[in-house]
Design a protein around this ligand. Structure first.
Ligand SMILES: *Cc1c(COP(=O)(O)O)cnc(C)c1O
Length: 377
């Protein structure tokens, strides 16, 4: 595909130094455990290749994605080292997994036989896999009650095809400070399953449980690897599980497209939801919901111009957002504007945007669309 020329001013600036810094903060926090850095969904919008490079250079054990497609993109970009595929082995993907030496998450015998067949057919070296246990997330994984048949496969049928390298589970309520029972029960069930696995003579090298919230809350559950995502991008699911010392990694910036002076009483944008109460200076920012600037922030969000918070006027449109710059009489078209990140000492955080939009912190950077070029610095 030909590269698109970039003429518009709108850009998402991604700070590689902050990505590496956050990896090191987590690495120090989890002490003896390694870090399996989660870069699924294009590294939560930051760009999977650059994020994976930054994390691996900063000392991550490996990276994790959701889809085989995402893993292939990373291999294609020259990323070596372990790439764990959290979404598992979908039918028809086993060959890709083996050829590109991906580390798939597995949870049933069907997946194991498909992978083993691919290893044999390709005459490949034994492939490491990680077994997922469903201890209460009720998404992916083998329920403890069905664990025996999967273990039996490893003992009897694995031969030289697959290596039982890792075992994991995922916490459902790690970010909910009011709920310790669910996590405690999940951790107990996981420990019990580890006992069952050991009793079969199986010795997976890597046991892993904790996402970002989990690693902040349950130091005793760091095991051999942790699987953080959001903390590596400087944010958290909830302020109560925010890791101290991490830095935000993305800033969304543009330049004002036009600035006009308009009389009191003028209604702004689709539906006319804002009526100017005074003679106002109204700027147009070339950033809209097609760029991932959430439409439910209409009339609520602010952007920064010259370090000052300016409110969004009326409805956010597909390609543009209007801004009240009345307090800044000499601002003209071309003036830099920040929709996410900092400017002249003032800051708009991911959490602030999430609150305005009524969404999760995760969604804010994931939503910044492909139409907004990433600029790495
Ligand atoms: C996305 C994901 C993570 C990372 O979660 P964060 O809350 O972003 O730290 C870890 N493990 C699994 C299985 C995931 O799907």
């Amino acid at each position: 595909m030909p590269e698109r020329v970039q003429l518009r001013s709108t850009v998402a600036v991604v700070d590689r130094g902050a990505l590496a810094h956050n990896l090191r903060v987590v690495d120090e926090l989890v002490d003896g455990a390694g870090v399996l850095a989660v870069v699924k969904a294009d590294a939560y919008g930051h760009g999977a290749t650059v994020a994976a490079q930054s994390f691996l250079q900063a000392g991550a054990w490996g990276v994790a994605v959701s889809l085989v497609e995402e893993a292939l993109e990373l291999r294609g970009a020259g990323i070596g080292g372990p790439i764990v595929v959290l979404g598992g082995v979908v039918r028809g993907t086993a060959e890709h997994v083996v050829v590109h030496r991906l580390t798939p998450i597995v949870w049933n015998v069907d997946q194991l036989t498909q992978l083993a067949a691919a290893v044999r057919a390709l005459g490949a070296r034994p492939l490491p896999v990680h077994l997922k246990l469903d201890t209460g997330m009720t998404r992916l994984g083998v329920r403890p009650g069905q664990l025996a048949q999967v273990l039996e496969w490893f003992v009897r049928d694995a031969g030289h095809t697959l290596v039982f390298e890792g075992v994991l589970t995922h916490l459902a309520c790690a970010d909910d400070m009011s709920d310790t029972d669910t996590s405690r029960r999940q951790l107990q069930d996981f420990a019990a399953c580890l006992g069952t696995i050991a009793a079969c003579g199986l010795r997976p090298r890597f046991r892993h449980v904790c996402n970002s919230a989990g690693l902040a809350r349950f130091p005793a559950a760091h095991y051999d690897l942790v699987r953080p995502g959001i903390v590596l991008y400087g944010s958290a699911a909830d302020p109560s599980v925010q890791v101290a010392g991490v830095r935000p990694c993305m800033s969304v910036q543009a330049r004002l497209l036009t600035v006009r002076e308009l009389p009191a009483g003028t209604r702004v944008s689709y539906g006319g939801h804002d009526t100017l109460t005074r003679r106002s200076r109204v700027a147009v920012v070339p950033l809209g919901y097609a760029d991932g600037y959430a439409r439910n922030m209409s009339t609520k969000a602010h952007m920064l111009v010259r370090g000052r918070r300016c409110r969004v006027l009326g409805a956010i449109t597909m390609d543009a957002t209007m801004l009240d710059v009345t307090e800044l009489p000499d601002v003209e078209a071309g003036e830099p504007v920040v929709a996410l990140g900092s400017q002249a000492g003032e800051r708009l955080t991911v959490r602030q945007l999430a609150d305005w939009a009524g969404v999760l912190t995760y969604e804010v950077t994931c939503a910044i669309s492909k139409r907004v070029p990433r600029r790495y610095q």
